[in-house]
Write a protein of this length. Structure first.
Length: 377
């Protein structure tokens, strides 16, 4: 049997607030005992331990206990399951995410394709120590002011974007897929990888930007730089949203597919010029990871019974593309590194159309990839 009550649940708060009053009353009672009754603290220890055990017994046995294996999984749920549904009420309407009696076991694997994507992610594991930045300092100094501004803006977005993705995974998606072990395994490992991405971008900013004031501005870009804040706000609004899991899944596929694509492409463009080998190598690793994350979102979405109508999906994707157009073409000023803004806008649309096809919907823009295939993620 397993009893688990979330730390921030109202039931736990009620239990401990009442328990604290009970504990203090017991302390006062024990200390008030006459001397011949024995040391007050010896009496206190025995009295408090016995009383709290009795209180916990009464508290927990007010609710039915659920066996993790066996019994009727449909009749009742474990406290942790009910908390997940309380926090993510939209998940109960999706059959794929409903509680099962085998929540805590992995085998036999029910979704081999999702499991293989998890294994692919594990096989692709890397750390920041594999990225050599020793040659980047000289290249950074040789860049024009415009090129340095461009890269600073890209890194400023990335430095906080992975934190937003991590928060969504930890706060929502891991709870959403609590009864889908293959997805839970993937998301759990993804959180670790997003942490590595976040560390990498922080180290890049720390290595390139020597002015401490400018460095702090970039680290706070999601609040202080409007173009970055617009993307962060669009992504963050879905974390606390009451939207269905299917809507939120599409939205974060846009974040990891569309929102990252333009910046990845721009850094690949620099690689063609033979610049910033440390930056471009880390970009290859991270873009590979994010491509897998987006592909996983599309694969998981394809298994949902309650998929969205095409009009709703198209609206989410159009909104994301509009935000990315504003960031890459206007705020970043891709012309600063010799790229064509119209081609960049077309590339963002191409990525959006590809994602729509992967989810089983018709494309919106009909755009093709205007760049060399090596610039694609």
């Amino acid at each position: 049997m397993s009893i688990s009550i979330p730390h921030d649940s109202p039931r736990r708060r009620r239990f401990w607030s009442t328990g604290a009053r009970f504990f203090l009353a017991t302390v006062i009672h024990a200390l008030a005992q006459p001397a011949e009754a024995g040391p007050a603290w010896a009496s206190l220890s025995h009295t408090v331990s016995a009383s709290l055990r009795q209180r916990r017994h009464r508290y927990y046995h007010r609710r039915p206990l659920v066996l993790l294996r066996g019994g009727s999984s449909d009749a009742a749920m474990s406290p942790s399951s009910s908390f997940a549904e309380e926090k993510n009420p939209t998940t109960v309407d999706e059959p794929l995410l409903r509680p099962t009696s085998r929540r805590y076991t992995l085998f036999p694997v029910a979704h081999p394709d999702l499991w293989m994507m998890y294994k692919q992610q594990v096989a692709s594991f890397w750390t920041v120590e594999e990225v050599d930045l020793s040659s980047d300092a000289a290249d950074w100094a040789s860049l024009s002011d415009g090129e340095r501004h461009f890269l600073s803006m890209v890194l400023a977005f990335f430095a906080g974007a992975d934190g937003i993705v991590m928060e969504n995974l930890a706060e929502r998606f891991c709870a959403d897929v609590g009864h889908l072990p293959e997805a839970r395994s993937f998301y759990s490992f993804q959180i670790a990888m997003e942490g590595i991405h976040q560390e990498t971008y922080a180290l890049l900013i720390d290595a390139y930007v020597r002015d401490p004031i400018e460095r702090e501005r970039l680290f706070d870009a999601h609040e202080r730089i409007p173009a970055v804040a617009a993307k962060a706000e669009w992504a963050s609004k879905w974390i606390g949203s009451g939207a269905s899991f299917s809507e939120r899944l599409v939205a974060f596929a846009c974040v990891e597919g569309i929102f990252f694509s333009g910046s990845f492409c721009a850094i690949f463009w620099l690689k063609k010029r033979g610049l910033m080998p440390g930056l471009t190598f880390s970009n290859e690793l991270i873009s590979r990871d994010e491509g897998l994350h987006c592909a996983f979102a599309c694969a998981l979405y394809g298994k949902l019974e309650n998929r969205l109508d095409e009009q709703t999906v198209h609206k989410i994707v159009r909104d994301a593309v509009a935000v990315e157009h504003g960031f890459v073409c206007d705020a970043l000023e891709v012309a600063l590194i010799g790229m064509n803004a119209e081609m960049m806008a077309q590339y963002v649309e191409f990525v959006a159309d590809r994602m729509l096809r992967d989810m089983g919907y018709s494309p919106i823009f009909g755009s093709t990839n205007p760049f060399d295939c090596k610039l694609s993620i």
